[in-house]
Design a protein around this ligand. Structure first.
Ligand code: DCT
Ligand code: MG
Length: 310
């Protein structure tokens, strides 16, 4: 209950009470087999005695089961595309319990409405062949906008997974002047081009011009989630590393970069700390043309993408 209140429900106060209680019970030199053993303890109230009694008598705790059910419903609401953990809790407080409940809720953003509408489809895994076909299709569209552009499917696809949760596509152009026209491909007017092109149907999600988050419907397959990100060539290796993942590897190497060298690693580069004390970094990244170079700069062995499934 301590963890559910803290991690999912964001109720720090209740979490603290349970944490204290758990630690207190854990610190006892004996296993509690009767409520009499705790009744007189400092800070033990009636409700805790009641709960311990229930656990000792039935091996269960109804309050925990209820809380787990509530948390499960909040997590489902939070799994809708565009709805975060905090909003999921707010929606739950407003009385929403299932994704279906959200269908006619007018206060959702357009992204969230699409997340609700295509919820079942989006939750299906995508066979990697379909990701490859999508990458090929996007490459074809991008080629018409900026010939010579690089288009790579990253994420779990690049790590060799047989199925993927979404399609993560990264784009750059080795020629800086061409890159400008490429950035335009994620602007809404150009998205129209993408949308009307064959079956690629998508909506602008983010406000940044170099990012497109959408849902597409390709060749009669289920509706799928796609993220398309456009980076300048000089940070492309960092972007490719970050969006190949997996997330655990990213956390690990970012942590290592920080503690070993005081560097900040992100999808935008590898930055040297400007001042020893403050969280201030130089804005210019250490140049790295390839992912291998990034690992070298961090003194780490280079893992092939399929060895990055930690
Ligand atoms: N990522 C990260 N931290 C996160 C989430 C993602 O660093 N919390 C990075 C690593 C993977 C990449 O972004 C793409 O993210 P997802 O598409 O969410 O993950 P995936 O590894 O591609 O897995 P899935 O098959 O579920 O899409
Ligand atoms: Mg992915």
């Amino acid at each position: 209950m301590w963890h559910l209140y803290e991690d999912v429900l964001g109720d720090q106060w209740r979490s603290l009470i349970y944490r204290k209680t758990v630690n207190k019970l854990r610190s006892l030199p004996y296993k509690v087999t009767s409520v009499e053993q705790i009744r007189e303890m400092y800070g033990v109230g009636k409700s805790l005695v009641k709960m311990v009694k229930e656990i000792l008598g039935t091996g269960q705790l109804q309050k925990l089961d209820n809380l787990k059910a509530q948390v499960g419903e909040i997590q489902v609401l939070g799994s809708v595309w565009g709805i975060g953990a905090i909003q999921a809790r707010e929606l739950y407080k407003k009385g929403f319990r299932t994704v279906k409940d959200l269908e006619n809720y007018s206060s959702l953003t357009s992204m969230q409405r699409m997340g609700v509408k295509y919820y079942d489809d989006i939750n299906l895994r995508i066979p990697r062949d379909e990701v490859a076909d999508t990458e090929k299709f996007v490459r074809g569209v991008v080629e018409t906008l900026a010939p010579g552009a690089w288009v790579n499917a990253a994420g779990s696809y690049r790590r060799g997974k047989p199925t993927c949760g979404d399609v993560d596509i990264l784009i750059t152009h080795p020629d800086g002047s061409r890159f400008t026209s490429l950035r335009c491909c994620t602007h809404s007017s150009h998205l129209h081009l993408l949308c009307s092109h064959q079956d690629l149907l998508a909506r602008l999600g983010g406000t940044q011009p170099d990012m497109f988050m959408g849902i597409f419907h390709f060749q009669g397959k289920p509706y799928r989630r796609i993220d398309i990100k456009v980076y300048p060539r000089h940070v492309y290796a960092f972007a490719l590393l970050a969006f190949t993942g997996n997330d655990v590897l990213n956390r690990k190497i970012r942590f290592l970069a920080r503690v070993k060298f005081g560097y900040k690693l992100s999808d935008q580069g590898l930055f040297i700390r400007e001042s020893k004390k403050k969280d201030v970094w130089f804005t210019e990244s250490i140049p790295c043309e390839t992912e291998r170079e990034i690992f070298e700069k961090l003194g780490l062995d280079y893992p092939e993408p399929h060895d990055r499934n930690w």
